[in-house]
Design a protein around this ligand. Structure first.
Ligand SMILES: Cc1ncc(C[n+]2csc(CCOP(=O)(O)OP(=O)(O)O)c2C)c(N)n1
Ligand SMILES: [Mg+2]
Length: 289
């Protein structure tokens, strides 16, 4: 299949010029490069502009609640580990309302890829500060400017033991497509934080703002050096690094639980499972109480 074959005919609701278009293009390129069949791909999202991406890509789709994409993705992967599971989520969805799931999904380390469309704002709800909003940025809610220290999601992910931590930029589609491929091929939880200009509600972090700051890590960079990678994960300001910031081999949930050596749950024969004994044991316990 060619990248264009992964497009759907759904009307696109993003503003013309939105950074989300670059992410959609990169995902289509990555799926085509890996020759993935749409029936074997599941895109899970929550709520937000970022979360609309699965509507525009030919693959299986699950639109969950705001902040709840990760537990859905975990459940789907556990039930059918043959699926390539990608989460497309926003900075508010994943780092804000879904922050608790972000923490524990990393600890669980299922073999899934998480793309965070990080426009540093709540786009869908028209521009409130998110966990990655630059301090001082004035919104209709943060009328004196965002007060809180921003979160460094890549450093947080590293602190929790994530084995694949990367940053892309929606304007550099080819580079982002390569990152998505690397994330999917990585065995374990892969986080790709994607700088994504929101042209309507983030008037600070524009294409020009990112263009003046981003640089791509070259071959001399050692993504296996944890201490160096932690510095890069926190680098934000005049310079912002793009690329695989940190990578290490990891032991996945599927391996730890033994799921990896068995048929996926969805392929198991459930007709011959007898739940009579455990149900009876429960009834006896209830009677004794
Ligand atoms: C439980 C719940 N809380 C809040 C909302 C309102 N809400 C919908 S999207 C959103 C923020 C989206 O921001 P982000 O995840 O960064 O996505 P973006 O639109 O910027 O791509 C909020 C607060 C909701 N729909 N459900
Ligand atoms: Mg956002």
């Amino acid at each position: 299949m060619m990248p264009g074959d992964y497009k759907t005919h759904n009307e696109i609701a993003w503003c013309p010029g939105c950074g989300n278009f670059g992410i959609a293009n990169a995902l289509q390129q990555a799926l085509a490069a890996m020759a993935l069949n749409p029936k074997d791909v599941l895109l899970v999202s929550g709520i937000g502009q970022a979360a609309k991406l699965p509507h525009y890509i030919k693959a299986n789709c699950f639109n969950g609640l705001h902040g709840r994409a990760l537990p859905v993705a975990a459940g789907a992967k556990i039930a059918n580990r043959k699926l390539t599971v990608l989460v497309t989520t926003g900075d508010g969805d994943c780092y804000g309302e879904g922050g608790n799931h972000f923490i524990h999904a990393i600890r669980r380390n299922l073999d899934i890829t998480v793309m965070v469309h990080d426009n540093q704002i709540y786009g869908l709800t028209k521009g409130q500060a998110s966990p990655t909003t630059d301090p001082g940025y004035v919104t209709k809610v943060q009328t004196h400017g965002a007060l809180l220290e921003p979160m460094h999601p890549l450093a947080v992910a590293m602190a929790l033991g994530a084995g694949f931590v990367a940053r892309g930029y929606s304007k550099d589609v080819k580079h982002l497509a390569d990152l998505i491929q690397a994330g999917v091929q990585y065995k374990g939880f892969a986080l790709i934080d994607v700088l994504q200009p929101c042209i309507s509600f983030n008037k600070k972090n524009t294409y020009q703002w990112y263009d003046e700051r981003v640089y791509t890590l070259d071959a001399s960079y050692d993504a296996g050096n944890e201490a160096g990678a932690y510095q890069k994960a926190r680098e934000w300001g005049d310079k912002i690094p793009l690329g695989v910031i940190y990578q290490k081999a990891s032991f996945t949930y599927e391996e730890k639980t033994g799921l990896a050596g068995r048929a996926p749950l969805v392929e198991m024969d459930i007709d011959s499972i007898d739940v009579g004994a455990p149900v009876k044991a429960f009834q006896v316990d209830a009677e004794e109480e």
